[in-house]
Design a protein around this ligand. Structure first.
Ligand SMILES: [Zn+2]
Length: 197
């Protein structure tokens, strides 16, 4: 697990989601540089990496259980409550929208979530480039909505689910229903801190 004081790595959420979904909580990762490779913009390559490295069973974990319903509303809404699923509701102004909730299982992660790639809205591309963000982004690792060809019509929704799962991993082993509407990293972290304080 990432611990305070460990090197701060940018863009870890796809790897964290993969590790959490595949039940890996004790792992050593060697990294060159301060940013993880974007791969194809999805978590598929991380799943392959874990499969290749192999996993050693260490006995059952004691997952955290939320004691009640915690609902945090800011510019989006994040809910953590008893259950065992991860879900998102996505609603961009003239952007992708949809709702998807999957069981928080390795099988669902592999089948429904891992392959969904990072996306940007075409209208945001000039602003992101001007701000110096998105360097390293290319058509090979970033879907431009709505012009790129998608792996599924709701691939952007699935990718938001991947990101939400990665942030949930920051809570450590947990059994809960985690559902976010119009979520983003800051909201997720804020909500998990409040809910698990
Ligand atoms: Zn992402």
């Amino acid at each position: 697990m990432l611990r305070a004081g460990d090197v701060v790595v940018r863009t870890p959420e796809h790897l964290l989601a993969t590790l959490a979904a595949l039940g890996v909580w004790d792992v050593a990762i060697e990294l060159e540089g301060d940013e993880l490779p974007a791969l194809d913009g999805s978590a598929a390559g991380w799943v392959d990496a874990v499969d290749e490295a192999g996993r050693v069973p260490t006995g059952p974990l004691e997952p955290r259980l939320p004691s009640g319903v915690a609902r945090i509303e800011a510019d989006g809404v994040a809910t953590l409550e008893p259950g065992a699923s991860v879900g998102v509701a996505v609603a961009y102004d003239d952007g992708p929208s949809g709702l998807l909730e999957v069981p928080a299982t390795e099988e669902a992660f592999r089948a429904e979530v891992a392959w969904a790639r990072t996306f940007v809205l075409a209208r945001d591309v000039p602003r992101l480039l001007a701000a110096g963000r998105g360097r390293g982004a290319s058509e090979a690792n970033t879907v431009v909505w709505p012009t790129s060809e998608l792996r599924a019509p709701d691939e952007p929704v699935r990718h938001k689910l991947l990101d939400a799962w990665g942030d949930l991993a920051l809570a450590g082993p947990i059994r809960a229903r985690w559902f976010v509407e119009r979520g983003h990293h800051q909201l997720h972290v804020h909500a998990l801190r409040e809910a698990l304080a």
